[in-house]
Design a protein around this ligand. Structure first.
Ligand SMILES: Cc1ncc(COP(=O)(O)O)c(C=O)c1O
Length: 376
């Protein structure tokens, strides 16, 4: 059946998702950490019934994510935003268990709206990070993300319930994360001792093959015992890594110094991080030493819009399908209608091979996203 589905589409694989979730479960059991899904990374709520039994709730970056987490996932709902308006706070305070402010000025402005209704926290910026690219580095120069250490005083923590740190991006080393944890404990420890909870954010890639989950778990357990806090992690990518392919069809092959296979999708519209972070995609059908090399080119008008360069054992043919692997995180949440391209549908492959449709888009969705009413 899968081969007859019209492309482009995402296919989420249940077995692969459950594989990641089982690792998450083990981490929770060994460490006592609570895990809240970062909706910014993945919020295809059609699969939340599968994820829910394994995780403790959701965390968010904007008002609609709070509502989505509350409505479709339940359990604990954490509300964080880089900048809340008063209306935002009013709209989410009845739905969240924890409200995390990004700055002391936001805390001062809005805490009266939250007191007695939700647990209150602030984001702290530890000034150190493991984030790879500067664009995604929360500790970059002049960062606006979280309160800097030199702006803190001990009294602040008498009226707070918790804090959130986020300083990692796809960190695959437990030792590396533990050195950050030690630095946080040393520098902020006396503050943390006064709190009920501490969230250590996302970007800890504990589902990566070979990740030392037991070592991470032990360090988290020690940290939470030392400071008397409930620890949280906010995984996004770690939960859905390698669970979905973006399936596309080759619609043309052109040549200008190199062969380019043009597919019915575009990074700019359907896999934006490929473009933003200049990280080439991986094609399931490619082979390392294949004789036939192609640019896998997008169907958009942007000259530099390409998925990757890949080698194949046989020449690519028009009409052939390609699987762009590991396409779940930060993809479906960033889809856009640039160039009026067809929007990928979203499917879910159950363990018993049954394929279920979660989403489908058409021309009317495109049109409505641009205007609902004409001027009159
Ligand atoms: C505050 C916060 N929490 C959690 C996450 C999720 O990170 P990841 O998907 O890398 O686990 C992010 C990602 O940017 C974040 O900014």
């Amino acid at each position: 059946m899968q081969n007859n589905l019209p492309t482009p589409y995402f296919m989420i694989d249940e077995d692969k998702l459950i594989h990641n979730l089982e690792i998450a479960k083990k981490l929770k059991e060994l460490s006592g950490v609570k895990l809240v899904l970062a909706l910014k990374c993945f919020s295809t709520w059609g699969v939340f019934d599968v994820i829910k039994p394994y995780l403790d709730g959701t965390t968010s970056s904007g008002p609609y994510e709070v509502k989505l987490g509350y409505e479709t996932f339940g359990k604990e709902t954490h509300a964080y935003s880089v900048g809340y308006s008063e209306d935002d706070v009013k709209s989410v305070v009845g739905m969240c268990d924890k409200m995390i402010f990004n700055s002391l000025s936001q805390l001062d402005a809005h805490r009266h709206l939250v007191e007695g209704k939700a647990s209150i926290g602030v984001r702290l910026n530890p000034g150190v990070s493991r984030a790879g690219q500067d664009l995604a580095d929360p500790a970059r120069q002049f960062s606006r993300l979280g309160v800097q250490e030199d702006q803190l005083n001990a009294e602040l923590f008498d009226s707070l319930d918790g804090v959130m740190f986020h300083m990692n991006c796809e960190n695959k080393s437990a030792d590396d994360f533990i050195s950050l944890l030690d630095s946080i404990s040393q520098r902020f420890g006396t503050y943390l001792d006064k709190l009920d909870w501490v969230s250590l954010g996302g970007g800890v890639f504990f589902t990566w093959p070979g990740y030392e989950v037991e070592k991470l778990a032990q360090a988290l357990k020690q940290f939470s015992e030392k400071h008397g806090v409930q620890l949280y992690l906010e995984p996004g990518e770690a939960i859905i890594t390698k669970t979905a392919d973006l399936v596309v069809t080759v619609v043309d092959v052109v040549e200008n110094g190199m062969k380019t296979a043009i597919v019915d999708s575009a990074t700019e519209a359907h896999r934006l991080d490929t473009l933003i972070y200049n990280e080439p995609a991986t094609i399931g059908e490619a082979t390392e030493n294949g004789e036939f090399e192609y640019v896998i080119g997008s169907c958009s008008c942007l000259a530099g819009d390409q998925f990757c360069v890949a080698k194949f054992d046989k020449p690519l043919e028009i009409g052939q399908r390609l699987h762009i692997i590991d396409s779940a995180g930060y993809t479906m949440v960033k889809l856009n209608w640039f160039n009026g391209l067809k929007m990928p549908s979203v499917y879910y492959k159950r363990s018993n091979d049954d394929i279920q449709k979660l989403n489908e888009f058409g021309y009317d969705d495109f049109k409505r996203s641009l205007s609902q009413w004409s001027v009159h």
